[in-house]
Ligand binder design. Sequence first.
Ligand code: SF4
Length: 287
Amino acid sequence: MQKKDVFDKKFCSACPRKCHIDRTNFLGFCNEHSTLKIAKIIKNFQWEEPCITGEKGALAIFFSGCNLRCDYCQNYEISRGGVGKEYSVEEFVKLIEENQDSHSSIDLITPTHFSDSLLSAFEKINKKIPVVWNTNGYETTENIKRVSKFVDVFLTDFKYANDNLGREFSKCNDYFSQALPALKEMCKQKPDIMENEFMKQGVVIRHLVLPGHVENSINVLNIINDFFPTRKISVMSQFTPNGKSKLDRKLKPIEYKAVIAHLESLELSNGYVQDFESASEKYVPDF
Ligand code: SF4
């Protein structure tokens, strides 16, 4: 009997959902077929961490769909709304090749469910600048190994310190159980290589502090301190209520202060802390 290739596009297992469906005909949990779909492209994008944007800014490519369903999602229209334009692999190759000279990095935002097509595309691209895998962190170790062939920087969320919060907010039973080994694999694959404050290769671990969930953030920082104490961390305050979640208020200054105080007590000093003023709608791209 022929063995089924677990990465066969027809039986998608690109992410931990492992839907095992034929995405040329059916939509996965991520709500997308296998053809690349892009909701928005922002050139010379400056709203990532400085080590990612560099001098020229990132070529930010926001992919349609998502393998999580966070009810507080700040990009609801693209993660679930189905907006976007389809790109063939050849059109995507052209997009990168025409733009890479005028950018510092290629920022692939929520790319996991298009891993197969991106692998095909980057086999054809003469890459000149770092490729950033900007992920929600819900990944398999197998897929991280696979995309490491063309990815230089993993810019990954680390949202929750337990599986319960993923269940409560992201329709996901095993976010923490999957995200921690995936993050270990990212760190194994990509030791940091910095050049004048610009990340040529490496990992940045992002954590968005949620209102009413200081304890989760403290536990996330403890885990980072235990397993990845030297890697870059980015703590973010920009939570903006979207009207669809029970997380219906902004973060309070006292909550953010408590998280930052804990960060400082751990002496995790490699990375970024977002200003509290960042909690505004200007950080939510208009789609
Ligand atoms: S990428 Fe989409 S279809 Fe594939 S396993 Fe994940 S959610 Fe399912």
